[in-house]
Design a protein around this ligand. Structure first.
Ligand code: OGA
Ligand code: MN
Length: 221
């Protein structure tokens, strides 16, 4: 029997920790983000949909697919909320959105996210999720990036680490293994990042909190 998705609630402590880290450093690495039963359900969901519904990244929401082809090679599927685990994840992220707005006045308005699947050989080159000062541009109303990982068997030789950089720095600020139930949250226009070539099947959910195109409120770390 599946658990009631309504039962998943973030603790005030977790929201406090995330808010404090974002205000002080602009990023946080969380080793245990979701209740394990929910992470399990999302992994099954990702695997179930990967073979039938995931599409090469870039298709769907923007027109720069050709451009993307050399930059990233993963396959993605936007969460629509049309299953219990997807609803539970979107609900969890909505609680976090409201909690962060209450604490940091970030004016986060919306959240969108997609499953990603990296097969062996797939990568995502160094990039920013949003560009400073471009908040009014359609693709750049992303304020906060979230990446949630779904790989219970990940090992040190499997590649696919997320490298997070400070500005133009050459060496990474942080190397994040994509291990099960881990989550990275960081300011979208502040930290360039890349996904190293994966040497196994790598599943994740990448998401973005966005501001309303009209309301440009912004947190400076
Ligand atoms: C992205 C991204 C990082 C990761 O999808 O924009 O940077 O670790 N993903 O999957
Ligand atoms: Mn990114």
């Amino acid at each position: 029997m599946t658990q009631m998705t309504e039962n998943a609630h973030l603790t005030e402590q977790l929201i406090d920790d995330i808010a404090d880290a974002l205000a002080q450093r602009g990023f946080i690495q969380l080793p245990h983000f979701l209740p394990v039963w929910l992470a399990d359900q999302l992994l099954h969901e990702a695997k179930r949909l990967a073979s039938i519904e995931f599409k090469p990244a870039g298709i769907g929401r923007n027109n720069s697919q050709q451009l993307n082809a050399k930059v990233r090679t993963d396959s993605t599927l936007w969460l629509s909320g049309n299953s219990a685990p997807q609803q539970a994840y979107l609900n969890w992220m909505e609680q976090l959105r409201m909690g962060l707005n209450r604490r940091l006045f970030m004016g986060l308005f919306d959240f969108e996210c997609h499953f990603s699947h990296y097969s062996t050989g797939d990568f995502y080159q160094r990039h920013l999720d949003a560009f400073k000062g471009d908040t009014l541009q359609a693709r750049s109303n992303r304020i906060l990036s979230t990446v949630f990982y779904l790989n219970p068997d990940w090992g040190k030789n499997d590649g696919g680490e997320l490298l997070l950089y400070a500005d133009e720095q050459v060496s990474p600020l942080l190397i994040v293994p994509p291990v099960f139930n881990g989550c990275m949250i960081f300011l979208s226009d502040t930290f360039p990042h890349e996904v190293l070539t994966s040497r196994c099947d790598r599943y994740s959910i990448a998401g973005w909190y966005k501001v309303n195109g009209n309301a440009v409120e912004h947190l400076d770390a």
